[in-house]
Design a protein around this ligand. Sequence first.
Ligand code: ZN
Length: 135
Amino acid sequence: MPQIERDCPSCSGTASYSFNDAVTDGCLRWSGVLCCDVCKNPLQDDCYGFLPMDLRGVELETNGTWGINLTPNGGGTSSILKVLRSTLNLNMPAAKAYLGYLPGPLGMWTKAEAQWLAQKFEAAHIAAVPVRVEA
Ligand SMILES: [Zn+2]
């Protein structure tokens, strides 16, 4: 689990913050626990959606960047666009930008994000396998 140092909001001491993202019941979630050595004040985050940008960068550094190998079904790219738009709440130009990744692994995600998106593609009958694309 990635870990960073943060200022404790209670005593301003230096605290360690451990966090991770995961897929739970088809939802992308992330959680974090702050442990302060000084005041021992525990603080817990438990949220839906993507990791905040700063934490996401640390997660990518720790567990690598992931893409998704897609095997398009009969619907071709239009069925891929449909999944991207509905899952990521994208407009058509933003969704189409992802097609530039094909035929290679689609996107640059955390491992959990790639697993989450792969489930959405699979639900739309598009074979999808998360693959690590960068160290
Ligand atoms: Zn503290």
